[in-house]
Structures are given as structure tokens and as C-alpha cells.
Ligand binder design. Sequence first.
Ligand code: ATP
Length: 242
Amino acid sequence: MNLHSSQKPHAAHAARVAHGPAHDGVRRAIALFGGTFDPIHAGHIAVAQAAQRRFHLDGVYFIPSSRPPHKSRSELTPFVHRYAMVALACAEHGGFLPSLAEAPMDGATPPFFYTVDTVRRFRREHPDDHVYFIVGADQFLEIPTWKSYETLLDSCDFIIASRPGFRVDALRLVIPPEKLGRAPANDAHKIALRKSVVHLLTTVSSHVSSTEIRDRLEQQKSIHGLVPPRVEEYILGQALYQ
Ligand code: ATP
């Protein structure tokens, strides 16, 4: 079984993605969207949909991390719940695919998962596809702290989703000058690097965060509209975040 495609395909293009690399000579575009997804929310969905439209993505892989190196919060919701919510959200959107790429291994304590390794793995498994990595502006600003981030910047194109309060011009500052390409900076939504391109997705600006959802639930407030309907049902049914 393809590890990244445990979900029924919803459209022809999703089916092509779900069944592995293209054999028809058409180069497909896929995006990897990593996160803790604790829980997945309307902001994540809005970003993925905007990216899907703008970059004509055949598949968006949502990759919940069982042990993210950059989140210090100790009590993450168990992976199985976070993955279930991602899968429920993906079921409502053609081309969205829940991925087990950063699932715990064999019941043992999982290692940290690093984006550079996950991207390398997808590139190996999808050698003919154009691979993007979707990341929020807040996380991209932290990229110099990520494992082998210079290698990562060379490994795929990036789609950076704006988040309220983050300035687009600050994003350029975290890219080492020697990585920058020679192309003139005549496109405000694109930073050309020597080996890749960083695209800025500024059409979406959602205030929703997982923190807000967890806080609201703790205070017994409604989360209606802040998460997909089936995710809301799951959270309430499983009494999560109370
Ligand atoms: P938390 O509040 O627990 O820190 P979060 O809402 O940031 O969580 P994550 O699962 O950590 O959610 O996010 C996964 C990715 O999605 C990150 O790259 C993050 O920057 C991005 N992201 C999350 N929410 C938004 C949003 N509202 N707009 C744009 N990007 C977002």
C-alpha cells in the first residue's frame, strides 16, 4: 500500500496522485503540508485550497507529525486522533490526502521527524513530480533553526502562507544571501533562489489557529465554523481538549 494514500480518491487527479508516480509523461504537482494539526482547522484548509488553485496541485499531502522538533508543548494530542481529524478533513476535499509519513514507528518511541528528511523521501518516491512544501509565514521565519535548512531550501519549492501580523519582506531576511538567485526581484510574490523558488501566498489571511481552538474548547466555547464539520463532530464525540 502506498503509505501516503490511505484515503479514497475523490477525483481523477486525486486518483492519479494516490496511485503513485505518473506514467503518462505528464509532470504532476504535489504539495506537502506538515504540521502538528492539533487540531486541523479552517485556516489550514483555506491555505491548502488557495495553494491548490494557484499552483494547479494534483495532490496536497497533509502530514501530521508524531514528534515535531519545533513544538515545545509537551502534551500533544495522541497521533491517532490528530491523524483521524486530518483524514476526516481531507475526505471533504478532492486532492487532499492524509499522510502517515511522520507516523510513530512500530509502537516504539518515535524519533523526531525533520522536514528535510520528509521532503527527501517524497522526492525519492515521486521522482517525476514537482514538489512544493507549504508552510505558514510564522514557521518559515524559524527555518534557520531547522535541521539542514540550507539543504532543505535547495530541495523543493516553497509556498509560504501569510498569517496575520507577519510581514512579507521579513521572509526574505531568513534566506542566506548566497542562496538567492540572480533573477531581479520584480515579482513581489516570488523569491528566486539558485535551486528553488519561494512563493508567497498572500491571498489567504486567516486568524484561526489550533491554539485558539484548544483554548475555546477548554473554556467550553463553540468552535463551530473554525474546523471542518466532521472534525467538530469528532472533537465533541471524543471529548478532546477539555
Ligand atoms: P498552534 O496554534 O498549536 O501553534 P497552528 O494553528 O500554527 O498550531 P500547525 O499544525 O502548527 O497549526 O500548523 C501547520 C502549518 O500551517 C504551519 O506551517 C503553520 O504556520 C500553518 N498555519 C497554521 N494556521 C495557519 C493560518 N491560519 N494561516 C496560514 N498558515 C497557517
